[in-house]
Ligand binder design. Structure first.
Ligand code: SF4
Length: 447
């Protein structure tokens, strides 16, 4: 049962010394209760209280770190079933599986591709985050050699996939400092694999043909001392895998069922590449943590990582672009100038239509805390005085041989006042809908 802020406050020293970074013990208790602080920030609580509070304030889905260094990532730590209840915490990540029986060139090429694929969207770098190596050969030597080759060609965290501890050990010895995930313990091998995981301090995936079997193996592996567990429900059938993932998350959050209080790894592939893409999207939404694909085609990865970016945002904080001048299509001094707000969806829709028009243009994006045009206007953030200040500060005039500014059609009512705020400028009202921009821009003239 989660403790309230008041429960936590009762266990703190109540000296209000401020060393934890907030002025009072009560404020610190509130932060702990909402998981915005760590108990270690207070140097004055006893070890017993620390252990009690850490346990009580831990997320019902454990955070598991895979990898080491700059490329390490966290999965789990979730507290809600639906994003709108609060927010999701650690984004689901994608990886690719490489077969150790593939030829050396294929292994190298796949590892390098995983390292090199990267997209930038809303000022975030989106990329695959893990590489799995599967011991299809059954040979410890071949597996270790494939792991070696992959490790030399990518810095991404690794997932070492074999059922036999004797096959896993030589490969793990080579890369254990990179903190790979071991995949996977089952009812038959859990003792040997749990031994490897505890000996090397590595996370361990557990699998089961049914949820009952999965819970049983998870329980046994935890009893053997493994703390960082990743659940691998059977993912052969798309519908069954979705049901299992939902059941696991519900059991962890609603029933506090400990054996399912861990993030999940899924394998949505196994046949048609389009089906793999669709199932990966479903697993991303509910409730895969690490989703391993058979291939990393950039055209398929792109929609998945964008979907992930949209889901794993804080619904209380709109996604925003940075304020600034965005040139679209190599604009010149006589190109049109438009202004809009920094709500990322507004930016993408407007910039997409401008690009589609093939008319090079300057787009000024104004910081209004991520609100859309009408909302920002209603909130007093996208109003003539502030727009005029922003245009002056942007120094866009130095790039133009005209003084014509296009404002969004939804705020046509501010055009007169804006013209008064910007002497010498000609304010024109653009279309209300971004879809009408191509037609509008094609007939726009600087004269
Ligand atoms: Fe209270 Fe500890 Fe924070 Fe000091 S450091 S204010 S004792 S919670």
């Amino acid at each position: 049962m989660a403790l309230t802020g008041l429960d936590i406050f009762k266990k703190l020293p109540k000296t209000n010394c401020g060393e934890c970074g907030v002025p009072t013990c009560m404020a610190f208790a509130m932060k702990l209760a909402s998981r915005q602080a760590e108990i270690d920030a207070c140097p004055y609580v006893s070890d017993d209280v620390k252990a009690e509070l850490s346990e009580a304030s831990a997320a019902p889905v454990r955070k598991v770190t895979i990898g080491a260094g700059d490329y390490a990532f966290n999965i789990g730590e979730e507290t809600v079933l639906f994003r709108h209840e609060k927010t999701f915490v650690n984004p689901a990540v994608f990886g690719v599986v490489i077969d150790d029986s593939a030829d050396e060139d294929t292994i190298t090429a796949k590892a390098r591709a995983a390292q090199d694929i990267e997209f930038e969207r809303i000022e975030q770098k989106l990329r695959p985050r893990a590489v799995g190596i599967k011991a299809s050969s059954g040979s410890a030597e071949k597996f270790a050699s494939a792991v070696d080759k992959v490790a030399a060609n990518t810095q991404l965290p690794l997932v070492l996939m074999a059922d036999d501890a004797a096959v896993l050990r030589p490969a793990l010895e080579k890369v254990k400092d990179r903190k790979p995930l071991i995949y996977a313990a089952d009812a038959g091998n859990y003792q040997a694999l749990a031994g490897l995981a505890t000996e090397m301090g590595l996370p361990l995936a557990v699998k089961g043909a049914t949820l009952e079997e999965l819970a049983d193996v998870s329980d046994k592996v935890a009893a053997a001392g493994v703390k960082d567990i990743v659940l691998a429900p059977s993912s052969g059938d798309p519908v069954e895998s979705l049901k299992d993932l939902v059941q696991i998350r519900r059991s962890a959050l609603k029933q506090k069922f400990k054996p399912f209080g861990y993030p999940a790894i899924t394998f949505p592939g196994g046949g048609d590449a389009d089906i793999e893409l669709a199932v990966a999207g479903i697993h991303l939404m509910k409730y895969g943590g690490l989703i391993m694909l058979n291939e990393l085609d950039p055209a398929r990865i792109m929609p998945l990582v964008v979907l992930g970016q949209n889901i794993y945002t804080d619904p209380q904080k709109p996604m925003q672009m940075s304020e600034g001048i965005y040139p679209i299509g190599d604009p010149k001094e006589d190109s049109p100038l438009m202004v809009t707000t920094n709500f990322s969806l507004t930016y993408f829709i407007v910039s997409g239509e401008v690009e589609a028009s093939r008319v090079p243009a300057w787009l000024l994006v104004m910081d209004v805390e991520g609100l859309s045009v009408l909302t920002a206007w209603a909130a007093g953030k996208f109003v003539p005085e502030k727009i005029a200040q922003f245009i002056g500060k942007s120094e866009i005039a130095g790039k133009l041989n005209h003084k014509k500014l296009v404002i969004p059609g939804y705020v046509a009512q501010i055009s007169g006042e804006l013209e008064e705020e910007m002497p010498g400028w000609n304010i024109t009202v653009g279309p209300r809908e971004a879809g009408d921009l191509p037609h509008y821009l094609k007939s726009w003239s600087a004269n």
